[in-house]
Design a protein around this ligand. Structure first.
Ligand code: ASP
Length: 327
């Protein structure tokens, strides 16, 4: 049974004006997360996933396609200047540039991605166009920007005054070191299954705060930040991208599920792979979410503090993910 202290948002009543600040007063659930087989389901990373899932649910509840749902969902975080780890308002790199990474996969295994993209509010939609309009999987940097502008996207300044001020503060000390669980590592990754049973996923981020200019993380890399296989399930990542890239975490999770692991077991195994392979893993946070074809979900992280939003039957619950390190 779900913990009675669980936090439930009736997604249908979630309007654009719902403030995530209001959520911080609520209790969280410990899980295991509950879903109903054969029903649409959405799972996404972090607290801002609650509002993103609300937008995705509006599509799924009307019989819409999972691909449309995940795109619409993560666009909410991309456009929200208070989410300082994704899109507009995201922390810049150490040179003060907001550079964005995103990828998307549909139920047919098609994939699209952009990386090192500047000035575009919705990189996930550019990634979708790469998937649908080009023979390629990924466009980067200036080429991705030109492709976006050619397709009607607007060139915008994504560096907010708030992010600029924080960056100027950071410059005074100026050393990059990952900081666990403060809001510089909160990529939104979302997986959804629609009423047809089709699975899609999306992942979008401004990347690690104050990263080196030109650095690309795991989030736009198919198989690292996101992987979906409609016959098996999907997985997605957040956290220090280099650890995910070295272990190809999302692909690993899907392959483990293919071989019989539950989504929870597969997420735990992928975190353990990092623990075994990467000596200084304690310095970073990693969080994985996964869903299998039947709608069962899993999540696991390295350090306490990773939460994820699960929407089923119009209810969204924010869960604390179990973690490897207990402190
Ligand atoms: N995975 C992202 C990156 O490394 C950031 C994050 O989710 O924390 O760029």
């Amino acid at each position: 049974m779900i913990d009675r202290r669980r936090f439930i948002v009736q997604s249908l009543s979630l309007g654009a004006g719902v403030s995530l600040l209001g959520l911080s007063a609520c209790s969280r659930a410990k899980g295991p997360a509950q879903t109903i087989k054969g029903q649409p389901v959405i799972i996404s990373t972090w607290r801002h996933g609650v509002e993103a899932n609300g937008a995705a649910w509006k599509i799924l509840k009307n019989g819409g396609r999972a691909l449309d749902a995940v795109e619409a969902g993560v666009r909410v975080s991309e456009a929200d200047p208070e989410v300082m780890s994704v899109g507009y308002g995201g922390h810049p790199d150490r040179d003060g540039k907001v550079t964005l990474d995103a990828c998307i996969m549909d139920e047919k295994g098609n994939a699209g991605a952009v990386c090192f993209l500047e000035h575009i509010m919705h990189p996930i939609s550019v990634a979708r166009l790469v998937m649908e309009k080009t023979p390629h999987v990924m466009l980067s940097g200036q080429g991705a920007l030109e492709f976006a502008l050619d397709n009607g996207f607007l060139k915008e300044n994504l560096l907010t005054e708030k992010a600029k001020t924080l960056w100027e503060e950071w410059l005074k000390n100026g050393k990059y070191k990952p900081v666990i669980n403060i809001e510089n590592h909160d990529t939104i990754s979302m997986l959804a299954i629609d009423a047809e049973g089709h699975l899609s996923g999306a992942c979008t981020t401004s990347g690690a705060a104050y990263k080196m200019h030109g650095r690309v993380g795991d989030s736009p890399i198919i198989g690292a930040g996101l992987y979906c296989d409609n016959e098996v399930g999907g997985a997605a990542a957040t956290g220090q991208g280099e650890l995910v890239m070295k272990t190809l975490g999302s692909f690993l999770i899907v392959e483990l599920m293919r071989n019989g692991a539950s989504p929870q077991q597969a997420c735990e195994e992928a975190v353990l792979r990092i623990v075994k392979r990467i000596p200084d893993y304690r310095e970073s946070q990693i969080g994985y979410i996964a869903i299998d074809k039947s709608g069962q979900t899993g999540a696991y992280c390295l350090h306490p503090g990773f939460d994820y939003a699960l929407t089923s039957q119009g209810n969204t619950i924010l869960y604390d993910a179990p973690c490897f390190l207990k402190e």
